[in-house]
Design a protein around this ligand. Structure first.
Ligand SMILES: NC(=O)c1ccc[n+]([C@@H]2O[C@H](COP(=O)([O-])OP(=O)(O)OC[C@H]3O[C@@H](n4cnc5c(N)ncnc54)[C@H](O)[C@@H]3O)[C@@H](O)[C@H]2O)c1
Length: 104
């Protein structure tokens, strides 16, 4: 099966990616790399993992990456307390906007 993981280069996302690949699935990882690092996906086969650097609020990217997928793990978030304190509203957008983007 094929899955999209938003925040796939973050702590939870990279572990979801490892688990899915281990089970034989293909994954696309969407992460803006604001906190996540591609190195978190080190060792995973490029043939089954596509890493895309981008914002989950980008309708075009999300539309492309959700084509033909069997499921989406939506984990993208501003997890840094300092970032959230500094900019509370933008911190919420990754959590709230994806369903809107996916319907578009
Ligand atoms: N780690 C935990 O113990 C824990 C516990 C409960 C809930 N959560 C939730 O799980 C989610 C992920 O947590 P985590 O610990 O893996 O955090 P993390 O900081 O490791 O990962 C967050 C990732 O989201 C990416 N990101 C942020 N904004 C983005 C955007 N607009 N578009 C694309 N990517 C974006 C960052 O680059 C980063 O890789 C969060 O929603 C967090 O609140 C985590």
């Amino acid at each position: 099966m094929k899955f999209l993981i938003t925040e796939g280069a973050g702590f939870i996302g990279c572990n979801i990616a490892r688990r899915l690949v281990k089970e034989g699935h293909e994954v696309a990882v969407l992460d803006d790399m604001s906190i996540g690092r591609e190195g978190n996906l080190k060792g995973l086969p490029a043939s089954r993992v596509r890493v895309v650097k981008g914002d989950v609020r980008n309708t075009g990217i999300v539309k492309e990456l959700t084509k033909g997928v069997d499921g989406v793990f939506h984990e993208a978030a501003r997890s840094s307390a300092l970032q959230v304190q500094a900019q509370p509203l933008p911190a919420c957008y990754p959590c709230t906007d994806l369903p809107v983007v996916m319907k578009a």
